[in-house]
Design a protein around this ligand. Structure first.
Ligand code: BTN
Length: 339
């Protein structure tokens, strides 16, 4: 009932809905409605009440819960099971645990805060409470372990499209999987595998997006490297200080990521990887730029010219040789058991 009331308020946003109308629509007493409204307020929804006009949502808030994510979700696989935590050590670690217990393909884990968020190469991932998106998706793709990179590429494409759809902001992809805004890192992706006998048993796709962070929410050493959607919007509106920016709604972005990713996931399972590589190229900020790569401890400089269907970066090195580079992350193979 609580979320049906919320749905009514959202449908009428920013206008009032009378207590009587809600009561008639849902067949509950006015006192019961009042109790549910108070519960919603405790969850963070700002609801105004007026004895004459009824109730109204003051803003569409950035509240993260399963109800908000599922609203408008168009998927069949991704997000059919969603677990949302107020606080967790790491959504990837938890997703790995439930994957080992046999959770469904497409199960999603989301948290409002991570106490031990993990980045690539053993780094920490800053997870300021309530500010960002920390989500993991359990996938069981029909691909070989060596082709796992295509999933990370697909995830990067899905995030770029989701951010554009939810906010209108255009971002780019830095190979292999960082999402970049204004030359700074907005989002990181950590893909981990559970492999058995040369086949992928399960894959955990961890996505971290900086959403409503202010500069002060990042440690000083990241201040010139990290950005959030809010920081970008604030910069753009800097000229007009009178504008009170609404928070970016994380649930909107998460839902869009799942909607976009499911389309690409289906393509992958149908063996259509060229399409994903082509989409990735469209958003790439790496192709055409100068890069430095280290292969077997030898450093090469060159120009990134392409990406292969299985996600390798093609670099025309300055010594005249064209080399295909595999992302360092591929070595995460066999993270549970097989080393
Ligand atoms: C990177 O280093 O670029 C990857 C960062 C990935 C962070 C996300 S947040 C959700 C998921 N849970 C984790 O502990 N890490 C990933």
């Amino acid at each position: 009932v609580k979320y049906t009331i919320l749905k009514k308020l959202e449908e009428h946003f920013p206008h009032y809905v009378s207590g009587e109308a809600i009561s008639e629509m849902l067949g509950v007493s006015r006192t019961a409605i009042w109790k549910h409204i108070n519960e919603l307020r405790k969850e963070g929804y700002i609801i105004e009440s007026s004895s004459k006009k009824g109730y109204r949502l003051q803003v569409l808030p950035d509240v993260l819960n399963v109800h908000e994510i599922k609203k408008g979700l168009e998927t069949r696989i991704l997000g059919r099971e969603i677990e949302c935590f107020e606080s967790i050590s790491s959504t990837n670690t938890y997703a790995k645990e439930i994957a080992q217990k046999g959770c469904k393909d497409g199960t999603v884990v989301v948290a409002n805060c991570q106490t031990q968020g993990r980045g690539r190469l053993g780094r920490q991932w800053n997870s300021e409470p309530g500010k960002g998106i920390w989500m993991s998706v359990v996938l069981k793709p029909e691909i070989l372990p060596q082709d796992i990179q295509i999933i990370t590429l697909a995830a990067a494409v899905a995030v770029v499209k989701a951010i554009k759809a939810a906010t209108g902001i255009e971002t780019g992809i830095k190979w292999p999987n960082d999402i970049i805004l204004d030359g700074k890192k907005l989002c990181g992706i950590l893909t981990e595998m559970i492999c058995e006998m040369e086949r992928i048993n399960c894959l955990i796709l961890g996505i971290g997006i900086n959403v409503n962070h202010d500069m002060s929410d990042f440690p000083p050493d990241l201040s010139d490297k990290a950005i959030s959607l809010k920081m970008y919007i604030d910069q753009k509106n800097n000229a007009d200080k009178s504008i009170e920016n609404m928070p970016v709604r994380r649930s909107e972005i998460i839902k869009n990521v799942l909607n976009e990713l499911e389309i690409l996931y289906r393509e992958i399972n149908n063996g259509n990887v060229t399409k994903i590589a082509n989409e990735w190229k469209k958003y790439s900020v790496t192709i055409g730029s100068r890069v430095k790569v280290v292969i077997k401890e030898i450093e090469y400089t060159g120009t990134a010219i392409d990406i292969t269907d299985d996600g390798k970066l093609v670099v025309r090195c300055d010594d005249g040789v064209t080399r295909e580079i595999l992302s360092g992350e591929i070595s995460v193979r066999g993270i549970l058991g097989y080393v």
